[in-house]
Design a protein around this ligand. Structure first.
Ligand code: ADP
Ligand code: NI
Length: 214
């Protein structure tokens, strides 16, 4: 993959993500790529596949795009940039199986590159940045920040997970605090620990302030 290929893919992704809220903007992609590089340096895998999947993983996100259409566009983009069929298949397989909402139902797909990109994406969903992203997304959806009367639930289907209108604090219990145990690489697990702890401290402070405990 030449520098020119990377630049042309970056430009395409930047343009696509202009539609999304600040938690899923180009900066998210930059952070995922940088997390993925750190994990790749420790765990191996094919960097080209990891790099492309990191750049393209949110362009087919059903929250913002028509998934089937996006997959066709991505395939075309990779062809235009002279990627081999095998490379294209490896990247598309990762993108199709990335999302937490799909894993609610289980997907059975696996590869080292997939584990690395998924861990890199999940690291950006937790810790200080993960908190900021959750409230950004909740704000876009006009969800309440917190409602003590609405208890977190465990979703049994992708559909139910996506339809939830629960307060953003519930998302911590429904997804964010569960990612720590779902990290798939050793390096990812190590990197997640500090971010996980920070969210626990954050929630404790949040409830103290809410309840007026001074
Ligand atoms: P995936 O894209 O892996 O299916 P999600 O749909 O849970 O995962 O969304 C990715 C990110 O979007 C989350 O990490 C979070 O920052 C934000 N997000 C998604 N759903 C919610 C929600 N209900 N409340 C707050 N943030 C959310
Ligand atoms: Ni992402």
């Amino acid at each position: 993959m030449t520098k020119k290929n990377v630049e042309s893919i970056e430009t395409w992704v930047k343009h696509k993500l202009e539609l999304c809220e600040p938690g899923h903007d180009w900066w998210h992609i930059e952070r995922v790529r940088s997390n993925a590089r750190i994990i790749h340096e420790r765990e191996g895998g094919n960097w080209e596949i990891i790099h492309l999947a990191s750049l393209l993983h949110d362009v087919a996100d059903a929250k913002f795009f028509d998934e089937d259409n996006a997959m066709i566009e991505i395939e075309q983009l990779l062809k235009n940039n002279e990627m081999s069929d095998l490379m294209i298949k490896s990247v598309l397989d990762i993108i199709k199986n990335m999302s937490f909402s799909k894993e609610v139902e289980g997907n059975g797909f696996d590869s080292l590159e997939y584990r690395i990109v998924q861990d890199a994406d999940r690291l950006d969903a937790i810790g200080a940045i993960g908190i900021a992203r959750a409230f950004s997304y909740g704000g876009m959806k006009k969800r309440p920040m917190y409602d003590p009367a609405v208890k977190p639930v465990e979703y049994k289907s992708t559909e139910a997970y996506r339809k939830s209108e629960a307060p953003t604090i519930n998302h911590f219990y429904e997804k964010l605090l569960r990612l720590n145990d779902k990290m798939k690489t050793e390096s990812g697990k190590l990197m997640a620990a500090e971010r996980h702890r920070f969210m626990e401290v954050y929630l404790e402070q949040f409830y103290n302030e809410w309840e007026g405990n001074f």
